[in-house]
Design a protein around this ligand. Structure first.
Ligand SMILES: Cc1cc2nc3c(=O)[nH]c(=O)nc-3n(C[C@H](O)[C@H](O)[C@H](O)COP(=O)(O)OP(=O)(O)OC[C@H]3O[C@@H](n4cnc5c(N)ncnc54)[C@H](O)[C@@H]3O)c2cc1C
Length: 424
């Protein structure tokens, strides 16, 4: 077990400085158990791709990313079980080599499975649920240092899948899998805003995964990035998408970023190399950035987009890119898609914290009528009363976390501020 004082520990983009005194890099499950049994506040940290203080606790953090993945497929159950600190990219490559697949992935493959699912990370696709919905089972180190298991038959499991690190340190995760499949992705540029606003759900639901990219200026969005499941590599795709034209180039650029960091367009390939936007062997996104994202009812998607569009003069100068995606309704208590077919509005901001902070107030005021739920892992001004109103099962989640961890070992300021854990 490696433990070090971490005065300079920052998140992936460097925009948040942790206050934790110590990071314990566990190599085995036993080391996680010993770290928890040592007492005091302790909290899991993943690959630090979040943009706020969610993973922090001012005390001790435990990383499980150094525990061997040891993936095991259960063909009969249609699942794979792997170390929770494994990156999605590493597991995806391993599954693909064996003819298996996950149903969806987020935009970057570098994030840990435990960290991504704990915050309700999602990909895109109106019929695809968030990544946490694929969790069939969990093994976690509980507040008493014991190793426990939970699965879909465990009472409260719907509260644990998007668990915010609030009930224990997850060490292994069981995910649903399916036979491997091919995906072809194409970029369609200059997508007219009037077509998107006339049929937002239709546009977002027109393929397996659709992402719309915009800087909110002008009469057209920059592009639709469309991922289709195809039967063979020769599959023909249309040249037009709701008035946008297919870009025959193999690469598109939306932001200043390394030249080769995007997955291949225009040619079908394995799901593992097409569903993420970013390649595993390159730096994702820009890096010097802040991210925010809000989830609204897709039925009100056009109205929400119009509300944000009216703020273009404030937003565009601070923005690298916005991405609009969809996810399917689920029943996970703290999911951004709980109980509603969802549209996600994402912002990758320039790293100008004060100005971004100011524009976020405007964005959030504009989205107030839509009861927007902010991404747990991204920057927002979300308050406890909003969380209480927007997550109908919050009370159940809090009661579950308090029952599993009565002493608040895994709690932190953010969870207490937002009413996810009891105030202490
Ligand atoms: C470039 C970039 C692209 C992104 N793309 C997407 C996207 O496409 N879709 C999307 O929804 N989000 C996206 N995100 C957000 C990202 O998925 C989330 O912030 C996610 O939480 C990051 O996982 P992590 O391992 O870095 O977690 P961390 O930031 O390290 O931790 C987040 C939370 O997970 C908990 N946690 C971590 N490990 C464990 C564990 N072993 N047991 C229990 N709890 C644990 C922590 O306690 C904390 O509460 C993106 C972020 C970046 C930087």
């Amino acid at each position: 077990m490696e433990s070090h004082v971490a005065p300079e520990l920052r998140n992936w983009s460097g925009t948040y400085q942790f206050t934790a005194r110590e990071v314990i890099a566990a190599r085995t499950v036993g080391e996680v158990q010993r770290a928890v049994a040592a007492g005091g506040r302790v909290r899991a940290v993943g690959t630090r791709h979040s943009f706020n203080d969610l993973a922090d606790n001012g005390a001790a953090l435990v990383s499980v990313t150094g525990i061997a993945p040891d993936p095991v497929i259960d063909e009969a159950a249609g699942t794979v079980t792997a170390g929770a600190g494994t990156s999605y990219g590493a597991l995806a490559a391993w599954l693909q080599d064996r003819g298996w697949a996950l149903g969806n992935l987020g935009s970057l493959p570098h994030i840990s499975i435990a960290g991504a699912t704990a915050t309700g990370t999602h990909g895109s696709g109106s019929r695809n649920r968030i990544l946490s919905a694929a969790i069939a089972g969990l093994e976690y180190v509980a507040a008493d240092g014991e190793l426990r298991k939970a699965d879909r038959s465990t009472p409260g499991f719907d509260g644990m899948a998007v668990g915010l690190g609030a009930f224990g340190i997850v060490v292994r995760v069981t995910l649903d899998i399916e036979p491997t499949y091919l995906v072809r992705q194409d970029a369609y540029t200059a997508l007219p805003w009037d077509r998107v606003l006339a049929d937002t759900d239709g546009v977002l639901s027109a393929a397996y995964s659709v992402s719309l990219f915009t800087d909110w200026s002008g009469e057209s969005l920059l592009a639709a990035w469309v991922k289709r499941r195809v039967e063979d590599a020769e599959a023909v795709v249309p040249d037009e998408f709701f008035g946008a034209r297919r870009d025959p180039g193999q690469r598109v650029r939306f932001i200043e970023a390394p030249d080769d960091n995007l997955t291949v367009l225009g040619v079908a390939g394995p799901w593992s190399q097409r569903l993420p936007h970013f390649r595993l062997d390159s730096t994702p996104s820009n890096g010097d950035e802040i991210q925010s994202e809000y989830f609204v009812d897709r039925g009100q998607g056009a109205l929400a987009l119009e509300a944000i569009r009216r703020l273009a003069a404030s937003i565009t100068p601070l923005l690298m890119i916005s991405e609009i995606r969809s996810t399917a309704r689920d029943q996970l208590w703290l999911s951004g898609s709980y109980g509603r077919e969802t549209m996600a509005i994402h912002f990758t901001w320039r790293n100008r914290p004060d100005e971004v902070d100011a524009v976020l107030w405007e964005v959030e005021a504009a989205l107030e009528p839509f009861a927007a739920r902010p991404h747990w892992g991204k920057a927002s001004h979300v308050q406890a009363d909003q969380v209480a109103k927007r997550y109908p099962r919050l009370g159940h989640a809090r009661a579950l976390f308090e029952q599993l961890d009565p002493g608040g070992r895994f709690s932190n300021h953010r969870l207490e501020r937002l009413g996810v854990r009891a105030a202490r």
